[in-house]
Design a binder for this molecule. Sequence first.
Ligand SMILES: [Fe+2]
Length: 235
Amino acid sequence: MKFLKKLDTNIWISDGDAVSWYGMPYTTRMTIVKLRDERLWVHSPGKIIDEMMTEVKSLGQVSYLVSPNKIHHLFINDWINIFPNAISYSSPGLRDKRKDISFDKDLSDSPEKEWEEEIDQIIFKGSSVMEEVVFFHKKSETLILTDLIENFHPDHFSGYKKILAKITGIVSPNGKTPIDWRASFIFGKKEARKSLLKILSWKPKKIVISHGECIYSNATEFILKSFKWVGLTKG
Ligand SMILES: [Fe+2]
């Protein structure tokens, strides 16, 4: 397959072109999990490309369209139009932000019954500006994050953008939650710690992220390093 890359049993990623985020080139990534009943769970649906869609359809039936946080919504409407029978899920705050998208359901702090046996989920809490829904694909032991870790290759940015990316904290191998979002957790560290402990309890082996390099080894160590700002040792 040209567009979809198989990561492990029943899980694929597809890397998309960069979209501009405050002038920064943000490459995008979509993740697809095939559930036991051949239904496809699509996380952060990417830009529609005909050839890619042929590959997607060859895997199974697109059934669940998942927007993991309120800034990941660019292409979901296109998918809803192509797959009118798929169930679409809003992340916290997105339904109000994108009133033009008619989401079927809202993601919550526990896995939806449609996928609870195969994918766990929580809302990463503690921020005053945005809550991301975090997923764990049990079979492949993969943590699926969106923006909570951004981890761009050091050569991805150039010039002043490179300096900005470093200050923001999103350069590999030290990628983490961007500094502005981190700042919004100032009164919510305790809740963030609770969310982080739940993530660690899953014991992920791999981490798929939406922007930059995924983490394929020593995932727990990476999480502990990346989320140092949460202050886990403070209890
Ligand atoms: Fe993002």
